[in-house]
Structures are given as C-alpha cells and as structure tokens.
Design a protein around this ligand. Structure first.
Ligand SMILES: CC(C)(COP(=O)(O)OP(=O)(O)OC[C@H]1O[C@@H](n2cnc3c(N)ncnc32)[C@H](O)[C@@H]1OP(=O)(O)O)[C@@H](O)C(=O)NCCC(=O)NCCS
Length: 374
C-alpha cells in the first residue's frame, strides 16, 4: 500500500507586542520631520530631498494591513533608533528564534497528539535565521528533547511550503514517519523602519506543522496531502543583501540594501499571474478545478494580491470564509502567513473537502500543497 502523508496538527506563537498603523506612522512622521529639520539648509539649497510623510490610510488601502505583532517593541518607535532594541543572549541561553519556534512547536505537537519521542525530524524553515550555525532546528530539537535530526532552510516567503515539501518527501520515501516543520519568522530586525515604502509591511510570528504517515495519525483534524508543487524563477525585485560577506567587502553592514527592499509594483504585477497559473496547474494534476476548492490558504502579503489571484481563478470574488485574510492583524509574516490562515480557519472544513495552501514571494518562489480533509 502506498504511504499517505497527512497534516495532523498546526500551532503558532504570537508575540506579546503589537504596533498599529497609527503608532507606526506617527513615529515615522516624527522621524521624517526631525531629519528634514536637521537638513533644512540642504533642502533650501536643493541638495536634499525632504522626506515625505507616511500615511495610515495609504497603508491600509494599498496592503490591507492594519497592525502587526513584534517580538520586541522597544526601540522600534524611538525616532532616534528606528529599529527594535533586542538584548543579545549569550551562547548558553535559548536563542530568540528558537524560543519562538519551541512555543509554536509545542502547540502543533499537542494538536497532533505527539510527544518528542514520536518526532523523527525537525525542519526550521523561514526567511531569515539569526545565525548560520549551529542550526536553529538543532537547538529546537535539543530544547524539545527530540532524537533524530534537524536542519534549517531559507526560502523567503515560501519557506513554510518548501519545508513541508521536504517533510512530505521524507515521509513518502520512509526516511521519517513524523516531521515537525517550524517557521519562526522573526523579521522585524530586517525592516528598514526609515523607509516609507516598506516600513509597514512585516510582522513577527512563529508557526508549526506536524506532517506524518497517514496510517498512524490519530488527531482531531487530519488532512491528506494529495501532492506538493514548487516553482522558482530568479528575480531581484525582492531582496536583502545582509550576510557574512559584509565583513570582507567593507560594505556598510547595515546599509539600506542589506535590509528588506523591493520593487513592490513589479512584484505585484509579476507574481499574481504566476501564482494563479501555478495553482491551476497543481489542481489539474488531480483533475480538480478552482471551483472544487473549499478553502484557499494563500500567502498573506497584500490583500489586493489575494483578491486578484482568487478572481483570476474563480472568475468572481472569493468570500472571506473561502479565502481567509489574516494580514490585517498580522501584516506580512513572510512564510508563516498561509500557515496562520490554515491554523485559524481550517476547522470548519468537512470530510472530503479540498483546500489549498499556497505561498509566493522572493526568489521568486511559489509553493503549494493540495489537501483533502479526512
Ligand atoms: C508594497 C505595496 C503595498 C505598495 O503599494 P502600491 O500601490 O504598489 O504603491 P506604490 O509603491 O506604487 O506607491 C504609490 C504612491 O504612494 C506613495 N507611498 C509609498 N509608501 C507610502 C506610505 N507609506 N505612505 C504614503 N504614501 C506612500 C509612493 O511614494 C507613491 O507615490 P507617487 O505615486 O507619488 O510616486 C504593493 O506594491 C505590494 O504589496 N506589492 C506586493 C509585493 C509584496 O507585498 N511583497 C512583499 C514580499 S512577498
């Protein structure tokens, strides 16, 4: 008999602090006013472009984002700092990202009726890891008392779906029976809070999923993973150049190009048709059409992107129940967005209903899983 792969539990960790658009914009505008005042002579001489104000109305209209959670709020709204003030931890302490990951993992393990002894592999897959090695996954593995092995993966906004693809393949090929995939998206340190175009985009969160051999799953909500589908296509339109090379290149290690930056309009235009085509192709493998899908757990970068993609697929607007939006509360949480949507909105799916998880983002990278509720 062929091995079936299921998702048997999901979990999340939500940081205790949040920042509304109004708070973020008030701080940004104070920063802009201060910077402009400091450069008044250059502005008068025409050698410095005054920094324009940001707007909470623009942010909500252009993206659908109203608020975001942050791991540390301190420092972020301080106009003399404009970045979180996160105390460094020493090597003996649990790292920040591992702390988020462990919390989300415990939630997912409980939902899937799993203990540490049941898990064979830990995959930490996210947009950034706070260090190169030892892997955050191995630190999490130790903190949870899991045997076997763990490794980190970086695939920007598609890290969660690509991580689940690896889990799916391991279970199918019998190298593991149960895999814990965690996405500790601690992205706030990579935001340029001085950049009006992008200061509002991201929030912090951690999500986790348990994938296992369907023959052993015994949790309350079980979803067969019918298949996975991934595609990448190189683009410089979303980029972050931060990395160890700064030590050798003499480049400014925290320069604007080292932080998240993008050509948002181009991304919007190029990624929406790619994502819609990707989804249709994936569904057609199972002789399914978009009308057969009860729930769309889509990447959460921009509400207008999701509306457009659903319209292309369905020929009409998707209802909020069909394609849940969580980015109003969480903002763009890199790869975790579609998993938060799944975690919070999967429970009213009925037996045999089809659902789709799909991410799209930097790379470009697009990943999807077709699910059917047991
Ligand atoms: C980022 C994004 C929300 C910007 O929305 P947009 O409608 O494309 O807005 P634009 O960047 O074209 O800017 C429109 C105008 O608003 C201005 N603007 C930008 N940020 C602003 C802000 N915070 N407040 C007020 N005005 C702002 C721009 O300067 C521009 O002014 P101009 O017309 O005078 O040049 C949108 O492009 C997007 O979501 N793209 C998808 C990519 C994405 O989300 N990637 C994340 C990684 S997966």
């Amino acid at each position: 008999m062929k091995t079936s792969v299921v998702i048997s539990g999901s979990g999340m960790f939500v940081p205790p602090h949040s920042i509304t658009n109004d708070e973020l914009v008030a701080s940004y505008n104070d920063y802009a006013d201060l910077t402009n005042a400091q450069h008044q002579a250059q502005i008068d001489a025409g050698t410095f472009q005054p920094i324009p104000h940001s707007s909470a109305d623009f942010i909500e209209k252009a993206s659908g984002i109203k608020s975001r959670y942050v791991f540390v709020k301190e420092g972020t709204l301080d106009i003399h700092r404009m970045r979180p003030d996160i105390p460094e931890r020493n090597d003996d302490e649990l790292s920040h990202q591992a702390e988020m990951a462990v919390a989300a993992a415990k939630d997912a393990m409980q939902a899937a009726n799993k203990t540490a002894a049941d898990i064979d592999v830990v995959i930490v897959s996210c947009a950034y890891t706070q260090r190169s090695y030892p892997a955050i996954a191995i630190e999490v593995q130790a903190a949870l008392g899991i045997e076997g092995f763990g490794f980190d993966m970086l695939v920007a906004c598609s890290a969660a779906t690509f991580g689940m693809h690896r889990a799916y393949e391991m279970i199918k090929s019998h190298t593991a029976k149960t895999v814990l995939v965690i996405n500790p998206e601690l992205v706030s340190p990579q935001i340029n809070y001085k950049d009006r175009d992008s200061h509002f985009i991201f929030g912090d969160v951690a999500t986790a999923m348990i994938l296992e051999d369907g023959a052993q799953a015994d949790s309350e909500h079980v979803y067969d993973v019918l298949s996975t589908h991934a595609v990448t296509s190189y683009s410089n339109n979303i980029r972050s150049n931060f990395g160890y090379m700064s030590h050798a290149t003499d480049a400014e290690p925290y320069g604007a190009d080292k932080l998240f930056h993008q050509a948002g309009r181009k991304v919007f235009k190029e990624v929406c048709p790619m994502a819609a085509e990707h989804i249709e192709t994936h569904l057609s493998r199972h002789d399914l059409t978009p009308d057969d899908v009860s729930k769309w757990f889509l990447h959460q970068a921009n509400i207008n992107m999701n509306t457009l993609i659903c319209k292309k697929l369905l020929g009409r607007m998707a209802t909020p129940t069909e394609a849940p939006i969580i980015l109003d509360e969480f903002a763009n949480t890199a790869s975790a967005g579609s998993i938060i949507a799944f975690h919070q909105h999967q429970k009213n799916l009925q037996t045999n209903d089809y659902a789709l998880i799909c991410s799209f983002g930097a790379g470009y990278s697009i990943g999807s899983l077709v699910l059917q509720k047991r």
